[in-house]
Ligand binder design. Sequence first.
Ligand code: IVH
Length: 701
Amino acid sequence: MAGKPKARDASAIEVAELAETEAAAELARLAALLTRLGHAYHGLDAPEATDAEYDALFRRNRAIETRFPSLVRDDTPSAAVGAPPEGGFAKHTHLVPMLSLDNVFDRADFEGFVARARRFLGLREAAPLPMVAEPKIDGLSISLTYEDGRFVHGATRGDGSVGEDVTPNLRALHGLPQRLQGGAPALIEIRGEVFLRKADFLALNEHQAAAGQRLFANPRNAAAGSLRQLDPRITEARPLSLFAYAQGRSSEPVAATHSDYLARLRGWGFSVNPLSEPLDDADAAERFQTALALRRSSLEYDIDGVVYKIDDLALQERLGFVGRSPRWAVAWKFAAEQAATQLLEIRIQVGRTGALTPVAVLEPVNVGGVLVTRATLHNADEIDRLDVRPGDRVQLQRAGDVIPQILGRIETPDAARGPAFVFPDHCPICGARAVRPEGEVVVRCTGGLVCPAQTVERLIHLASRTAFDIEGLGEKSIREFHEAGLIGAPADIFRLTPDRIAGREGWKDVSTTKLMRAIDERRTIPLARFIFGLGIRRIGETNARLLARHYGSYAQWRAQMEAATTIGSDERLALGSITGVGETIAGELATFFTEAHNRQAVDDLAAELRQIQDEAATRGGPLSGKAIVFTGSLASLTRPEAKAMAERLGAKVTDSVSKKTDLVVLGSDAGSKAKKAAELGIATVDEDGWRALAGLPTIGT
Ligand code: IVH
């Protein structure tokens, strides 16, 4: 059948094959995705992807930018390091930005790094280029400021320019010199890595488990979580360690080479990694790499590679930076760590869309120093592909990520094996039939909204940051309310009342009032978020936005979706031909709207809301594309809330006032930024003015 060519899924196309419009769409998708993953990793200490997955996405983004330099976005993830600070800590501006390192994965890439440095410096190919190899510690980097030899400030990396001031917490860190011994410059920034030893990490998790608290995924997250405590006594109780390895600003030069600098760090009283070694070619680097990889699992702390730095600081100065990384250093990453263990049992978990996901329960095993008890098996095909059965010995790998992976089965005679795993044909939670649609890999529960597993997962999704964004209504509260019978359908969230919540364990008047306010604020919601929040299969943020944009208003969308359930109807054809939607997604929406209980759930939810904002209103609104600065304190909104609201309306929020700023929102006690705005003649509004622009009722400021 000859029809209109379908839009290709840009995310599945090789970089070299991308057309320009596809490349632009891909860069937009990658920017959003990498930002989210970066935030989960650095801001929330709860990674959503493995390091390898993140690296692959990052490299893809870079490669597209290299091919289409004119498409590089203002918010390109290549320029961002880490995440901006979360609320709670004061901000600290680094005198010299804290940057990141480029990664290489094999000898050829490493030789490329050395060759580029030589070329940049105009050195002959054979000219010696002394380097220092240092283990790459898998912790979190910090910057320590010393004035006249005294420790005055310590901060996390944050977004590279501005981090969180964690001075009191760092004072509690035993290995950190409060005073530099011997002579020190008047001002110096010293950089290093804070980390938790594997044994300390395991002990901490045991302690967390005994206290019924959440477990940390790996030593890195535990170190980050421990350092970013608002109460320094908690930090002090956790045995964090520190290695110093770099410098930021210094009021006077302190060394001529990096090796000398490391010696000075030792002299001042810092611990410096004892495994560092000078070397000067790729042969030596490869030997170092291999030798360290062998020792890796017996080290007391996690490392994920080796950092190679050009030793001569004058050459470092000349080489400088490109984007977010220095030209004078590179990280040669190790492959993931592996171990063998026994697969005890395969358990089935049920997700929001009813997907039955198999999880491997393992005989606990130490993988590179961390105890692993679970691994994902993805789906039934994966179990077949790996040919694993309960009782088998399996090989698994961990790469600083949350969920370890099973690589394969270790051969045993067939006779010694247990029976093959039979994938259930009923949902283990609600007992409804589980089916695997033709041509799909996932088995799904047909219980829909009556399956408790799906109900809860859908509610969690609805309240989550990228959907309705209901502050204070996290996974834990939702599970609790659901168990207590307070919520089931989406609309129930908006029917919660203070008297049903207050008095429950852990819910005080203040937290209840806060939650009620957060819920109430979301009675006004952009159409795209409403659609996304329903958690319909395959309707992610992008598709929800496409639909909202196409139909414009809630009424229009709702009516068309119902009509589109009839195969062959004009509405169904129209839905399937929206660029980027296509037949599969149209089918998914039709399936959802065919079910009376789903239509009821959507209508009930809509009835609880004040306004589902038309897409046009949020897209072309007065704030779309504007650069906004908030300053001073706002009475009715927290800063992150105001920021999220501005972004929802299409504005960009920045920290400092410049000529590029379009609007400054003045809270009470607005100081220098208000003055600057006046000097530059930039428009300002007070809190009520802002609420009016954002479409909120005014409060009379
Ligand atoms: S040097 C300008 N040395 O790796 C680069 N970094 O991926 C300064 N890291 O942010 C960093 N061990 O958190 C350096 N021996 C080492 C390191 C190291 C771990 C971390 C650090 C940095 C990240 C870059």
